[in-house]
Design a protein around this ligand. Structure first.
Ligand SMILES: [Zn+2]
Length: 137
């Protein structure tokens, strides 16, 4: 089992990494950012079609902000900073679009099911979906 101990505590350090506060922040950022792929993959396999859940954008936003913070404060590397400086824009935009879409859902008058904005009939009970009068924007 010495090989395992040598692998985990390589060069006398856990995973051979010089650990400190910003290194932990950077690795948490990496973990959060990478976890979005697992989440999206799971959601896609579960539904058997390509799905991008809102949590994917939240994990993208949090992970990239942690990596940007790490790049700005610890690395101070222009390439690294630029790589994460603007990625939050599409993440925030996708979250806004996602929430607007949810707000436009209609509740079925017969069974109270949540119906998508484009639905003419309820997927649960088949009743015609009644829409509120068009609000002026
Ligand atoms: Zn219904």
């Amino acid at each position: 089992m010495d090989w395992l101990r040598d692998l985990v505590f390589f060069d006398g350090k856990f995973l051979g990494i010089e650990w400190h506060f910003w290194k932990v922040i950077g690795w948490i950022g990496n973990g959060v950012f990478a976890s979005r792929f697992i989440l999206q993959w799971h959601a896609t396999e579960k539904k058997r079609q390509v799905v991008v859940p809102a949590a994917f954008w939240w994990l993208s936003l949090l992970g990239s902000l942690l990596l940007l913070l790490y790049a700005l404060v610890h690395k101070r590397d222009s390439v690294f900073i630029f790589a994460y400086a603007f990625t939050w824009i599409p993440y925030v935009r996708n979250l806004i679009i996602h929430h607007r879409h949810l707000d436009e859902h209609v509740t079925c008058g017969s069974c109270s099911a949540d119906c998508p904005p484009s639905a003419n009939f309820c997927a649960q009970c088949g009743a015609k979906v009644a829409r509120p009068p068009e609000a002026h924007r």
